[in-house]
Write a protein that binds this ligand. Structure first.
Ligand code: SAH
Length: 238
């Protein structure tokens, strides 16, 4: 059964508190700005965004959603449950004249009930590790995409190295992220995410690691999925 109250208010509050800084590329959101061109290209190379109807789940201030609209998607809908972040996203689109973009405050499970099988591409990046029932989000994403359409996920792996880099270094040593941004128990192994995808009729098409050198500040894609990673999946044809 899809979970209708799949939200952790403390998680939303963390993002709401920072909402005014979503588009400050030197803020806590700097890592998302830095990885955005990499993930945008990875998605676009597979799903060819131009002319597509796209949904971005857990869109926050719209870093990815905005860039997909600018890449030529026919329509991008960004959804989140943090009101302030959505306002910031909307304002940014207005100020910068982003075409074909809309934002809505609605749970992904509710949207899936409202308009099933209606998007060509669904993205859900850096969000699953913040919800109580991530499998329910995966299921809703699968329900929202058209048969044959693409669903992309990204999140953080759960192991000692991921703890050391994504939490230890980022939150405690380098202080790139506020303490408590990520909780170890909520991190998700690729095998777990792949299993939830499979259970929702999504076929795994590819994966990529997102690596970071904290000394040079550089990010790049690689086969190493031990810390941050993305999965590309496709819904089975009906
Ligand atoms: N996907 C964006 C933002 C990632 S930050 C990007 O990668 O650039 C995580 C986002 O998940 C925040 O905006 C937060 O408000 C959102 N979020 C957390 N729990 C959520 C839920 N249950 N439903 C929808 N969004 C949620």
């Amino acid at each position: 059964m899809p979970n209708a109250s799949n939200v952790d208010p403390a998680e939303l509050a963390k993002f709401s508190d920072l909402a005014h800084r979503w588009w400050d590329t030197e803020s806590e959101f700097k890592p998302l700005h830095q990885i955005n061109p990499l993930r945008l290209n990875w998605i676009d190379q597979r799903a060819a965004l131009a002319g597509k109807r796209v949904l971005d789940v857990g869109c926050g201030g719209g870093i990815l959603a905005d860039s997909m609209a600018r890449r030529g998607a026919a329509e991008v809908l960004g959804v989140d449950l943090a009101t302030k972040s959505l306002r910031v996203a909307q304002l940014h689109a207005l100020e910068t004249g982003t075409p074909n973009i809309q934002y809505r405050e609605i749970a992904v499970e509710a949207l899936a009930a409202e308009q099933p099988a209606s998007f060509d591409v669904v993205t859900c990046m850096e969000m699953l590790e913040h919800v109580p029932d991530p499998a329910s989000v995966v299921q809703a994403c699968a329900a929202l995409v058209k048969p044959g359409g693409w669903v992309f996920f990204s999140t953080i792996n759960r192991n000692a190295r991921a703890w050391a880099l994504a939490i230890g270094a980022a939150e405690y040593v380098l202080k790139m992220l506020p303490r408590g941004t990520h909780e170890f128990d909520r991190l998700i192994r690729p095998s777990e995410l792949a299993r939830w995808a499979r259970q929702s009729s999504l076929v795994l098409e590819g994966s990529s690691g997102l690596e970071h050198n904290p000394f040079t500040g550089r990010y790049w894609l690689s086969d190493d999925t031990r810390v941050n990673y993305m999965l590309a999946t496709r819904r089975e044809q009906a």
